[in-house]
Design a protein around this ligand. Sequence first.
Ligand SMILES: C[S@@+](CC[C@H](N)C(=O)[O-])C[C@H]1O[C@@H](n2cnc3c(N)ncnc32)[C@H](O)[C@@H]1O
Length: 242
Amino acid sequence: MQSTPEAAPKAGAAREEQVQQIFSEIAPRYDLLNHVLSLNIDKSWRRRAVDTLEWEGRADGTYLDACAGTYDLALELAKRPSFRGDVVASDFAQPMLAEGLGKITEASIRPVCGDSLRLPFGDDVFDGATVGFGVRNLARLEQGLAEFQRVLKPGRRLVVLEFTVPPNPIVRAGYHMYFHHVLPVVGRIVSGHPWAYTYLPESVKEFPGPQALSELFESAGFGETGWKLVSGGIAAIHWGRA
Ligand SMILES: C[S@@+](CC[C@H](N)C(=O)[O-])C[C@H]1O[C@@H](n2cnc3c(N)ncnc32)[C@H](O)[C@@H]1O
């Protein structure tokens, strides 16, 4: 599938505008496309991400889900039977937060419209933080990681769930076929957006691999970092301690 100039990930302020525009425009179809295009596997990835958060030690704590979109990752934590805390769900695309409001039956989720590169929170306030499929979209990744580090209480975990490129050549070939040929077409038809679902594979292609991302966690001040690949390396779960 031919890329278009609009779909190529931009840099700096133009990237922020591009990302905000994409998610604001696809918000009404985001959930449907998410589950259809991932064949519902995304649910199990979010489950595993929350399993990695170590929230059980502070079940009544305050957690951040940054780049929260329509709250699927925030809900995964808030709905855990023994969870008694709060989840602050922040995103800079207001239409995404608005679209997901109907799913929030948990009073413990608090939506906040805010930019992950300039989080509207004080230092050392959260007992844990998650980001699902968000960091790849950040115009300045290092700045975003530093912000997550700043708002976390010392010793608490950041967990990042993100797409990556599978290391196995056979899985990678299938992945390329799907991501670059099937997904943009289905995405365009269902969302009605001409290029948003071409941006997605393009943004994965230019995103650092797990080892490089793990090193960026360390440069941002996180310790005890690690990652695991899920579903043959289509996605990865990263963690680090503030
Ligand atoms: C692919 S969606 C993921 C939503 C949700 N976390 C999930 O797991 O489905 C990426 C979200 O990140 C948000 N986002 C990207 N860059 C952001 C930034 N700088 N500040 C806040 N939100 C951002 C977008 O608006 C979008 O809602």
